[in-house]
Design a binder for this molecule. Structure first.
Ligand code: ATP
Length: 447
């Protein structure tokens, strides 16, 4: 393994371990041995996730006049997935090792283990044990389930593999309820499920994840203009939530690799420690979905029925979290030791500030810190924690790892002059701030 590969592995290990230790992300079903491809979000992870989703909704739904939100059911009739092409075509090529029986997604096996000249979807050598791999078979990634007590095939349903279809099947409802004029969009945040053959790389490839998707309905002429527009919007949001833009790259997806519904796809890839891979995607779905669901729209401007075309910006919440964690993770030297810290954007950090009495065995400090500092900040910002565990140095280290931008300490001077110490996560610098100015001081710095 090269030095760079070792450093990258090391970085992933540090992040996975920090996420568990500090209550961000835990392995799914851990006490029963774990369940591959599932992760549970602890208090700080859940808060970070909510902040990202709220920020997205604020920009793309609340911040616009042409967007209609939706929260559709995860379970839908099987006809939806037949019409969308997922029953027939939402499959990956799978190969099984004849020796160790491990299964792999054929198109994800590193090229280095392919025998020269072997086709892309049929590598020959198992990357784990070197055994012979069998024929590639198509494996449908949808989780099948049954609805109700009946056992016949009419009861079959699927856990949705994308949130998009919920928007297409509610296209007519949305048009009838809100009478939007083209172009307009529908937006939804919700869970999606894919029975990935090889879930891997922490929360990068998982079986249950969340998507934030937009279906932007347009007239077919000029789709290129909207495609470019959404590309810019996506890039500006990535920068806004603290993704390191030097690590983001656009990939024009070639026709043979595009999803069955797409006429043009640009993937936004991110330089993860395990390679450059997809973060978010932008697809021109044409009129594929509305046509297949036999839906149309009366275009008053043109005085006729048309089937609108669709530009789809799609964002994985979990991949956003991973990219943010990787962008925010930093180390520097403090007091002769390595200090790991998460340099989250202040607006999305799970904790905005931590409040501490200098000493937890001095009731006058504890009382002041609790009632005069913590309580009003908690009421104002919500994402505020009380931290009196260990000495001040330890508290700072803990809050740095959580990515808390401000640590506020009440000391003996506070009792005399009603000022507190505010310590900045990134610089470690401390400032005395008047209690009466504290809320405004933080407000000015988080937006
Ligand atoms: P990949 O090629 O990595 O499997 P995809 O092209 O199939 O991804 P899309 O169908 O475009 O992904 O899904 C939209 C978004 O949902 C992706 O850009 C990604 O952010 C997220 N996503 C897709 N599959 C997963 C997964 N298994 N785990 C986590 N996020 C996912």
């Amino acid at each position: 393994m090269s030095q760079k590969e070792e450093q990258n592995n090391d970085l992933m290990e540090k992040i996975v371990s920090l996420c568990k230790r500090r209550g961000f992300i835990f392995p799914g079903s851990e006490i029963y041995g774990g369940l591959a491809g599932t992760w549970d979000f602890g208090h700080f992870g859940a808060t970070l996730k909510n902040n990202i989703k709220q920020n997205w909704w604020k920009k793309f739904v609340d911040g616009r006049r042409d967007m209609y939100g939706l929260d559709a059911a995860i379970l839908m009739r099987q006809e939806v997935w037949q019409a969308s092409g997922h029953v027939a075509g939402f499959a990956d090529p799978m190969v099984e090792c004849e020796k160790c029986k491990e299964k792999f997604r054929a198109d994800q096996i590193p090229r280095t283990v392919l025998k020269e000249g072997s086709p892309k979807d049929r590598p020959l050598i198992c990357p784990d044990c070197g055994g012979k791999l069998g024929e590639a078979k198509q494996f449908n990634m949808m989780f099948k389930t049954k609805i109700g007590a009946s056992d016949d095939s009419s009861a079959t349903s699927y856990l949705r593999p994308e949130t998009a279809q919920g928007m297409f099947v509610n296209f007519k409802n949305t048009v009838d309820a809100f009478h939007p004029k083209l172009p307009f969009g529908m937006a939804q945040i919700g869970k999606a499920f894919r029975n990935e053959i090889t879930p891997r790389d922490f929360i990068f490839r998982i079986r249950e994840f969340e998507q934030m998707e937009i279906e932007y309905f347009i007239r077919s002429e000029g789709w290129e203009k909207y495609f470019e527009y959404w590309k810019d919007e996506m890039l500006s949001w990535m920068a806004e939530i603290g993704i390191d833009m030097d690590k983001v790259h656009e990939l024009e997806v070639p026709e043979e690799d595009r999803a069955h519904y797409s006429s043009r796809t640009v993937d936004f890839e991110f330089d993860y420690p395990f390679g450059r891979k997809e973060l978010f995607g932008l697809a021109y779905r044409t009129d594929f979905d509305l046509k297949n669901h036999k839906l149309d729209y009366v275009d008053e401007e043109e005085g006729k029925k048309i089937v609108p075309h669709v530009i789809e910006p799609t964002f994985g919440v979990d991949r956003a979290i991973l990219a943010i964690l990787l962008s925010a993770y930093s180390e520097d030297q403090k007091d002769g030791e390595v200090r790991p810290f998460l340099k989250f954007k202040r607006s999305i950090a799970p904790v905005i500030c931590a409040v501490s009495p200098l000493l937890k065995n001095k009731p006058e400090l504890v009382e002041y810190a609790n009632f005069k500092v913590y309580a009003p900040l908690k009421t104002e910002f919500g994402r505020v924690v009380w931290d009196d565990n260990g000495n001040i140095g330890k508290r700072y280290r803990r809050q740095d790892e959580i990515g808390t931008p401000f640590c506020i300490v009440v000391d003996f001077d506070t009792l005399n002059d009603d000022t507190v110490t505010v310590r900045d996560r990134d610089t470690g610098e401390q400032e005395r701030v008047k209690l009466t100015d504290l809320v405004q001081y933080i407000k000015n710095r988080i937006n």
